[in-house]
Design a protein around this ligand. Structure first.
Ligand SMILES: [Zn+2]
Length: 67
């Protein structure tokens, strides 16, 4: 049985992490604050990662994952 939480990225509700440029990103899917929260949002207003959809492998062409 699928619940709604299954569609959310596991990073939802967690603290932000930062990329190598120091920009806040989701600790799980590594999408930027602007991507998961919307443009113009500030980390100041969003101490935790807002709920957002789980990343889809099909659309992660922009994501580079270091080994
Ligand atoms: Zn995420």
């Amino acid at each position: 049985m699928q619940s709604m939480t299954d569609k959310a990225c596991p990073g939802s509700g967690k603290s932000w992490t930062v990329d190598i440029e120091g920009k806040p990103i989701c600790p799980r899917c590594r999408r930027s604050l602007a991507t998961v929260a919307g443009k113009g949002r500030k980390i100041k207003d969003l101490p935790a990662v807002p709920r957002h959809d789980k990343p889809s492998r099909a659309t992660s062409k922009n994501t580079r994952r270091p080994n």
